[in-house]
Design a protein around this ligand. Sequence first.
Ligand SMILES: *[C@@H]1O[C@H](CO)[C@@H](O)[C@H](O)[C@H]1NC(C)=O
Ligand SMILES: *[C@@H]1O[C@H](CO)[C@@H](O)[C@H](O)[C@H]1NC(C)=O
Length: 185
Amino acid sequence: MAKRFQLILPLFSTILLLAVTAESNSYSKTTPFQGYKPEKLTHLHFYFHDVISGDKPTAIRVTVPPVVNSSAVSSFGVVVIADIPLTEGPDRSSKEIGRAQGMYASTDMNTLSFTMVFNLVFTEGEFNGSTVSMYGRNPIFSKVREFPIIGGTGAFRLARGYAQADTYSISGLDAVVEYNVFVSH
Ligand SMILES: *[C@@H]1O[C@H](CO)[C@@H](O)[C@H](O)[C@H]1NC(C)=O
Ligand SMILES: *[C@@H]1O[C@H](CO)[C@@H](O)[C@H](O)[C@H]1NC(C)=O
């Protein structure tokens, strides 16, 4: 091990220097990377109206999976396709600033958790026409869930960042979720 380390030292001396303050444990190692400076950081704040019930749903279930005994979660396998209004305030009648278009799927056998795959499409103000792509794991009963921002278009080209989702209210199957999204681009 030590011998191998010496062999690669000249090649990777810069990386090894940076690794001095590395955090590590059995399955990960983090080294500081100082070369990246985002141009701007944009904080987006809005409410996400996930309406499954009633005659004007914004999200529809497209699969009814078979019940499998290997899962403690009865909805395991459900896929929901959604075009969800994003508004400035928590009230559905407050100004719409965009839509969350995509899907979420129940993908955890032990706890109710969804995999979220969404494009946040902005329709107001300076970000009208720009989109942000969000992908992540959503254990919906946790207070705050966090999803990576993995890209964007228009003003958000080369975006990266994260979104934090906090359920604001629930009525039956419908939920209003507060989002704080931090995007560097
Ligand atoms: C689940 O378990 C029950 C009881 O053991 C059994 O009757 C049933 O066939 C199982 N269902 C599936 C889908 O495996
Ligand atoms: C957003 O952009 C579209 C397409 O360019 C345009 O039709 C619409 O009026 C714009 N909306 C606002 C609120 O500026």
